[in-house]
Unconditional design. Structure first.
Length: 275
């Protein structure tokens, strides 16, 4: 079993909502990533979502597209990303790590090789943006054989039938995309998110993480009141981009953002970890 279910169980017992923080591996240069992951955990991140750089990240907006481009200038590969996780594990054996990316690099390695290598490196879950569950049987078999959690996306337009099908294939948690559009979008409507989460919870016992549109402590706290996890991505990557020419400042800037979110989330009475 991966570390993800235990982490959510611990947080639920504490009445806390998970903070899941995303960063693109190798952005702005490879030696930044592992120290940044540790800094994110120290600042309050409960799960690290590590983006695998890809040349055509179709679900991502300009911010994360640019992060992939910066990483790919250093030829960061999927194997290198898994080695970053292995290095992270030399100091942190507890924090779950989820790889987020696209199917093509995984298919190049092959499902069996990828899942074995990922599990051996210390990866806990994988979110492949462009792999629907209807086409995922072989991948899911390889994931389960190596005790990795397949993470899937749900959207505001997902029907009850679709939600049920996706959740039946998923484990660990499900990722609810709170907005129509790509990463980095705005106009978060927490009321609409609340209604959709109520529908999803009727169809799965899995924890639900909410991402897209979470930019600061206030938006993190508002989502923490209704979700099992708050997922922040573009706000972190924006700070990486702003400090790309002075990478020594990145960890501190990101830690300040995440620590503010964590404090605000902890102040939410009855946060949804008890759902």
């Amino acid at each position: 079993m991966s570390r993800i279910p235990d982490k959510f169980a611990q947080l639920k017992a504490q009445g806390r909502t998970a903070l899941i923080a995303y960063v693109t591996a190798g952005d702005p240069q490879p030696d930044v990533t592992v120290p940044l992951m540790h800094s994110m955990v120290e600042a309050g991140a409960d799960v690290i979502e590590l983006g695998v750089p890809f040349s055509d990240p179709m679900a991502d907006g300009p911010v994360i597209q640019a992060a992939s481009e910066r990483a790919l200038k250093h030829h960061v590969s999927l194997r290198q990303v898994m080695e970053m996780v292995r290095s992270f594990r030399s100091r942190d054996t507890d924090t779950p790590v989820v790889l987020m990316g696209y199917l093509n690099p995984i298919e190049v390695l092959g499902y069996a090789e990828f899942t074995r290598t990922a599990a051996d490196a210390g990866v806990d879950g994988v979110l492949t943006v462009d792999l629907p569950p209807e086409e995922a049987d072989d991948f899911l078999d390889a994931m389960r054989a190596n005790r990795l959690d397949p993470i899937f996306l749900l959207s505001p337009t997902s029907t009850a039938e679709r939600i049920g099908r996706i959740c039946a294939a998923a484990s660990g948690f499900v990722y609810y995309v709170s907005l129509k559009g790509v990463t980095g979008a705005s106009s978060l409507d927490v009321g609409a998110v609340t209604e959709k989460l109520q529908q999803i919870r009727k169809l799965t016992p899995l924890p639900i993480g909410v991402g897209f549109g979470i930019k600061d402590a206030d938006s993190a706290a508002r989502v923490a009141a209704v979700a099992d996890a708050v997922i922040v991505g573009s706000a972190v990557v924006n700070l990486v981009a702003a400090n790309a020419e002075r990478p020594e400042a990145i960890a501190g800037e990101v830690a300040e953002l995440l620590a503010g979110m964590r404090r605000a989330m902890n102040d939410v009475p009855g946060a949804a970890a008890a759902s």
